[in-house]
Design a binder for this molecule. Sequence first.
Ligand code: DLL
Length: 434
Amino acid sequence: MEGYWNASIECATRSEIKSLQSFRLSQTVRRIYENVPYYKNKMDESNIKPKDINSIDDLHKLPFTMKQDLRDTYPYGLFAVPMEEVVRVHASSGTTGKQIVVGYTENDIKLWQECCARALIAAGATKNDFMHVSYGYGLFTGGLGLHYGAEKVGMTVIPVSVGNTQRQITIIKDFGSTFICCTPSYALYLAETMAEMGIKKEDIRLKAGILGAEPWTEEMRLEIEDKLGIKAYDIYGLSEIVGPGVSFECSEQTGMHINEDHFIPEIIDSDTGEVLPDGEQGELVFTCITKEAFPLIRYRTRDIAVLQRGDCSCGRTLVKMLKPAGRSDDMLIIRGVNVFPSQVESVLLQLGNTAPHYQLIVDRANNNDTLEVQVEISQEMFSDTVRNIEEQEQIIKMGIESTLGVAAKIRLVEPKSIARSEGKAVRVIDKRKK
Ligand code: DLL
């Protein structure tokens, strides 16, 4: 059994957690009612006042927050503190191309750090470990989130960020990295490149991976563990709630413990909004009860998951969520980057010269996600020179890469070659789901 970062919380009794959550929830609701006009209006419309929320049993009375609410208040409309108290922002992309902006006070950064530290300790990290961070640094929360968490633990952080895989492997080998954090698909890509470079798993010191930001299967876990010679731990989070560290795996690896003293989880029926009992699959909803700058109330993640309570062999009592089974909407995650078909559409339409008939083919090659965008062109253009067609493909490729932040292969196809649908158009063929 491994140690804990904060045993008094991680192993608290249910009644201790419940009373802490109830107290923090009622305080948070009061604070947002007073400081966020958008929430005040929403609560007034639902005829709910802060005095009605006294315990987590009252949580269901509060209105949901949807991604649309974040768009409507873009960029800072849901912030609950003056900007002078906000020390950092992060962002994630949205359907309209508009970012979702989230903010942190100094205390928010500290609690996020603690959430990540708990995850790292659960995976066996110590001050003697070297943490190789291959998540992107920037508006994406992965890099900086785990970087700060690892520093809190006292690990030696190697802030590599994304790209240049061969160089990453040289660093892993030469710097003696013992932990790595990256997406699961990137972990496999690293393993493959390592083999190509003639480096064996015995030649490196890696022992654990903190992998998340995209769905991955148990089969993939085994492959990563085998190829890199590590134990691979899942970590979950989303920018809107805090970033990585909302929940994390322990040695038992049968679900991720949710940091319930900061985020109250619920599972709801996506269609009716009804709260479902533990053990039932539905949409995951979180309420932030400690964050100062951006405390979302009943935020609908659109991730499909199951909550499970019960004894865990690690000794933690924090509720577990099973690996998210996917999303309730059409968002794709390609190499850890969120991609919406409508973003591709808007790039294509802005560039012109193509018909608004397109399809995204998502697949896996060399253990990495691939995206091919097939788009129809006019007959006239189709009869054009190969050079002109290639030029056009290049323009679209650049447009998509700069907007989505993900590389795509573009294939201009004959008019009418993409199947028409009588109902909704099939925009995505996701071959990874086979
Ligand atoms: O992906 C935060 C993160 C960074 C988590 C690094 C873990 C590690 P977003 O870019 O806002 O934030 O994407 C959040 O990614 O709603 C899920 O759909 C998906 N996701 C994140 N972690 C997992 C996971 C980060 N472990 C969205 N398993 C979430 C499955 C995950 N899906």
